[in-house]
Design a protein around this ligand. Structure first.
Ligand code: UTP
Length: 289
């Protein structure tokens, strides 16, 4: 079954990147010249997604404005001969069919995804975490959708993380299936050292069957007092196993300060307009590091 719908949870408070995220959603933080969430929407579109639901919250209206038309700006660009920039601006608003819903209280990622129940209906759907930009390689969401079409099971985007950092993520119990593909039997969110099952964690993307909503209805608050998507996916993994896909691209966590810097440096180096000059700048800077 082809995956056509995606959900982008972007309602979190972003407390790790304050004060940047006080009045501006962290999902709108720029990587060179595009907000993080635009990279994510473009990845979804490149993966064959047609309908996108962005979960927002109070203070996140700039996300909606970004994907909307802006007639005054467009007129100004046209009248000053900036046809190419005009076309770029119009393209942003026609990338996909984007809808919005508000999560009224930030009760966790699982609760945010539950807000998409009506939008999703009975179909399997992709989830792209709003602060995780995956850059380079095949579109990660496409890799996961391909795996769903092949296996018909819930799919998680996974990466190996240093064992001393796994306590910040979720640890997976896995068996390798083929290179970059795993069977997932169990998982635990924010494990204590003795609970770690492997260095593999779910990072940034998943494709889930609609039955996740009935599971979420019964999922009590977990780590941090929030309704955790991992706890619901765990039920799915225990009941019918899931598949892990170690995606090709590099993930940048726009929800933490170092992640933002890494994204800007690495994407900046590849930027068509400023990449060359930026490389020169970094070369000149590096002896001083
Ligand atoms: P995070 O846990 O990284 O986001 O959630 P957060 O809560 O904003 O982070 P901190 O700890 O306060 O810095 C991953 C994704 O899920 C969304 C976030 O916006 C982010 O894109 N999310 C999280 C929601 O949509 N709703 C929530 O209740 C929690």
């Amino acid at each position: 079954m082809k995956i056509k719908k995606a959900v982008i949870p972007a309602a979190g408070l972003g407390t790790r990147v304050l004060p940047a995220s006080k009045a501006m959603p962290k999902e709108m933080l720029p990587i060179v010249d595009k907000p993080a969430i635009q990279y994510i929407v473009e990845e979804a579109v490149a993966s064959g997604i047609e309908d996108i639901l962005i979960i927002t919250s109070r203070g996140k209206t700039t996300v909606e404005d970004h994907f909307d038309r802006n007639p005054e700006l467009e007129q100004k660009l046209l009248s000053s001969g900036k046809q190419d920039v005009y076309e770029q601006m119009v393209r942003i608003s026609s990338l996909a069919n984007i809808e919005y819903i508000r999560q009224k209280e930030t009760k966790g990622l699982g609760h945010a995804v539950y807000c998409a129940k009506t939008f999703v209906g009975d179909e399997p759907f992709a989830v792209l975490y709003g602060d995780d930009v995956i850059y380079g390689g095949k579109p990660a969401c496409r890799e996961l959708c391909d795996a769903y079409e092949q296996y018909g099971l819930g799919i998680a985007g996974v990466q190996e993380v240093p064992l001393d950092a796994i306590g910040k993520y979720c640890s997976l119990k896995v068996d390798p299936l083929s290179p970059r593909l795993f069977k997932i039997f169990d998982m635990i969110e924010k494990p204590a050292p003795e609970e770690v099952m492997s260095p593999y964690a779910i990072l940034g993307r998943c494709v889930l069957p609609a039955k996740i909503f009935s599971i979420l209805e019964q999922t009590p608050p977990g780590a941090g007092g929030e309704i955790q998507l991992t706890d619901a996916m765990r039920r799915l993994a225990l009941e019918e196993t899931m598949i892990g896909v170690e995606y090709e691209g590099t993930r940048y966590d726009m929800g933490n300060k170092l992640g933002i810097l890494q994204a800007i440096v690495e994407v900046g180096l590849q930027h068509a307009e400023v990449g060359g000059a930026f490389r020169e700048y970094l070369r000149a800077l590096s002896p001083k590091l």
